[in-house]
Write a protein that binds this ligand. Structure first.
Ligand SMILES: [Zn+2]
Length: 86
């Protein structure tokens, strides 16, 4: 019988996602200095994308049993301890 563990959602405060969001904040500024107002507009659009991507990246899933990091939320079996994940 398969052993069952819970998937644990873990958000990282200082992870990759945070850096992506930080980089996104610079996009309008860099855009403006390169191409004026239209550059700032493109930078603003880029900022939105960065914020969304950063948000997705800042949430991690780990195995509730062995705390191993999971590739994604859709993983159904822990690669480390082989527990079935819910
Ligand atoms: Zn595990």
């Amino acid at each position: 019988m398969a052993k069952i563990a819970k998937k644990v959602r873990k958000s990282e405060v200082a992870g990759v996602g945070c850096w992506i969001q930080f980089a996104g904040l610079l996009a309008p500024v860099v855009g403006y200095s390169l191409a004026g107002e239209s550059g700032a507009m493109y930078g603003g659009a880029l900022l939105l994308i960065f914020l969304v991507v950063g948000r997705v990246k800042s949430v991690r899933w780990i195995c509730g049993n062995c705390k191993n990091a999971l590739y994604s939320k859709s993983v159904t079996c822990c690669p480390a301890c082989k527990y079935e994940l819910q």
